[in-house]
Ligand binder design. Sequence first.
Ligand code: ZN
Length: 411
Amino acid sequence: MKQELIERFIRYVKVNTQSDPNSHTCPSTQGQWELARMLVEELKAIGMEDVTIDDNGYVMATLPANTDKNVPVIGFLAHMDTAPEFTGANVNPQIIEQYDGGDIVLNKEQGIILSPNDFPELAHYKGHTLITTDGTTLLGADDKAGIAEIMTAMNYLIQHPEIKHGKVRVAFTPDEEIGRGPHKFDVAKFGAQFAYTVDGGPLGELEYESFNAAEAKITIKGKNVHPGTAKGKMINSIKIAMEFQQQLPAHEAPEHTEGYEGFYHLLSFQGSVEETKLHYIIRDFDREQFEARKAKMKEIAASLAQKYGNDRITLEINDQYYNMREKIEPVRHIVDIAHEAMTNLGIEPKVKPIRGGTDGSQLSYMGLPTPNIFAGGENFHGRYEYISADNMVKAAEVIVEIIKLFEQKAS
Ligand SMILES: [Zn+2]
């Protein structure tokens, strides 16, 4: 299984699928089409059925049931794109057999080293087969590891018909990294009752809570007058914007929060006397607190409007996604089964809230409850990204075990 995983993974990462937030097409980039078509061929080649690719690049396939039991249809998803913030072109993966626990030279010429001094979790991987970058690109384990693991698990089940299972659906989706993964996902066509994204980090990760998320855009209009004759006339929009920011609680920011704590995050601040624009994201696990944060922003805007004039301040808040826990709690057994699958394989489940969102956060609200399980990678979205091939095997085994457990628990 390990060799098969490595081969698949390396084939996938060599296709540049970096997504582009400025593109309006779906998928946002051509490279994703290339990978999507490659995956369609592979799904057919291993013997999956109903292999489809739609006009938006969503790939779906079926592993038919081989039991008469009434097993719910479950799905597994992984995303094809890689993060826009670091190049995914010409990925040149390196394989380190029997990692010795020391420094890994990613790039000799440029002196780029993956060192346990900077990344102490490397210690967990002593003896593993590691796959790293050459220091000049990201790796794309997020989430091509997930794709390779799902594909390999399906192939394993097809090769082992003695393992009984219900119908399984798989999907490979575009543009997760730019938040659009589920936007054109056809939940009805997918036809699963529950699904798992295989898009988490290190071994054992199991997640079913995400942030509630919104973004806020504030535009402040000033009035520019020659500074020599500005008394009583000039209105400096930069200063009003600073006043806005200062009224937010200073410690409720990403750099001061962790665990279940929410925040306001000032993403950008661009201004001149005449006009200043602020862009925030708002995050909270608790729905009431989340609403309170949005209300707080509206209050501040209202008080500044009162002070400086109604037409000077516009505030626009858009919800982005919600905590999937609300939708997963009623079908809590899907988390319990993933937990049991890991325990059965000797993996310690690490259940933690995601300080972000996954495709599952949106899918859960579209009627497909979708927790997230580990794909195995570390240091996503940058040159130090790496993954253990041994843990990719574990992830594929977890997928198989989840499928088995659903069958065993059915009647
Ligand atoms: Zn991902």
